[in-house]
Design a binder for this molecule. Structure first.
Ligand code: KG4
Ligand code: ZN
Length: 344
């Protein structure tokens, strides 16, 4: 490998229901995004109101090579391949990893297996204006909120993570998806609830804010979903009341997430606070957390990924790959392994 600080990286992401490939170029810690191709299976999974793993894997198989070709039209024009190896759906992960293995072997390029959650964290390193380099100081605290995960992570340095809080049941995004299913308003629930909540009154109904007062940094969202279920079984909700229920539900989730993140940031005296994962696309969450950090932790840095990099993508996988490459931590195509339960 010529110059390890200046790398062109192919990122591949297939852990769930998005087939994604991207080419980024790292130049001393800034990242130029040459391509960011995402093939979403949402339309297919809308029919079942959720993901059927076997169906997801078959779709990945169909589109993975055309997506990579679109992201990287010029054969083997990269220095490194970074691919998500877990956590996620095993059959979906295998499609990305097996493809990356073949490319690594045929192109004779090094390979790095990436943790999907670490990828979400690194979406914070990419700015829309490439001249602005983000100065992220550690220890940093990252709230990762997605369809499959809710984690508060303390980052002590590149590759050094400690999970200080997590959900005991449903993930935050999963709660959005399940409540949307109960309300029969579509899939995925997050963006739909966010849109409806704009027209709703968040004070109209009473919903719990689970574990908001607990001393630890864990979360629980299944009780909130059940509260919505009870509410709907007790009374017939009018169509005109759905925005109010969406706004109340969204507020409950956001209040819990923000309050716990702030408490953790104070306890661990972090220098940077960041948000990541699909739910980080939520405008109210972004705005509320930003305002609270600014007010209560004025000396901390605060970063948000750009909205299109919150949900699953391969740019974040390439960026994580860059930092592993700096530590000369490569995998070989003979040894890389998929792990559906990979931990940070
Ligand atoms: O990170 P992601 O693309 O996939 C996983 O790794 O899980 O996250 C998808 C999740 C879904 O649950 C979706 O409902 C949620 O992120 N989501 C949102 C918003 N956009 C996506 N939740 C709340 N507000 C949004 N705007
Ligand atoms: Zn994700």
């Amino acid at each position: 490998m010529k110059n390890i600080r200046r790398l062109k990286i192919l990122g591949i992401e297939t852990s769930c229901d998005e087939t994604a490939a991207s080419v980024i170029e790292a130049r001393r810690g800034d990242f130029k995004v040459w391509s960011n191709i995402i093939w979403s299976q949402i339309k297919i999974h809308q029919k079942t109101g959720g993901i059927v793993p076997e169906v997801a894997a078959r779709e990945h198989v169909k589109v993975i090579l055309p997506i990579i070709k679109k992201a990287l039209p010029k054969f083997k024009d990269v220095d490194l391949i970074a691919v998500t190896r877990g956590p996620g759906l095993i059959t979906s992960l295998l499609v990305g990893v097996e493809t990356a293995k073949v490319l690594s072997y045929v192109w004779q390029r090094p390979l790095i297996g990436i943790n999907h959650l670490e990828g979400h964290i690194y979406s914070n390193w990419v700015t829309e204006d490439q001249k602005i380099k983000r100065e992220i100081q550690c220890p940093a605290l990252i709230l990762i909120v997605s369809g499959g995960h809710t984690f508060l992570v303390l980052m002590k340095g590149h590759g050094k993570y400690k999970v200080i809080g997590q959900t005991r049941d449903d993930a935050a995004g999963e709660a959005f998806d399940k409540v949307a299913k109960l309300l029969k308003i579509g899939y995925p629930g997050g963006p739909i609830i966010e849109k409806l909540a704009l027209k709703g009154n968040p004070q109209r109904f009473n919903l719990p804010k689970p574990m908001i007062e607990s001393k630890d940094f864990d979360f629980s969202f299944s009780g909130l979903k059940t509260a919505v279920l009870y509410f709907l079984s007790k009374q017939k909700i009018k169509i005109s009341e759905i925005p109010d229920l969406c706004a109340t539900f969204q507020n409950s989730v956001i209040e819990v997430l923000v309050q716990k993140t702030l408490r953790a940031a104070k306890k661990y005296q972090v220098k940077t606070v960041m948000l990541a994962g699909g739910v980080a696309a939520n405008k109210l969450l972004r705005k509320t957390l930003k305002a609270k950090v600014k007010k209560e932790l004025p000396d901390s840095l605060f970063y948000l990924p750009s909205p299109q990099l919150c949900t699953d993508n391969a740019v974040m996988i390439g960026v994580a790959g860059y930092f592993w490459a700096q530590r000369k931590n490569f995998d070989s195509w003979q040894k890389i392994k998929v792990n559906p339960n990979l931990e940070l």
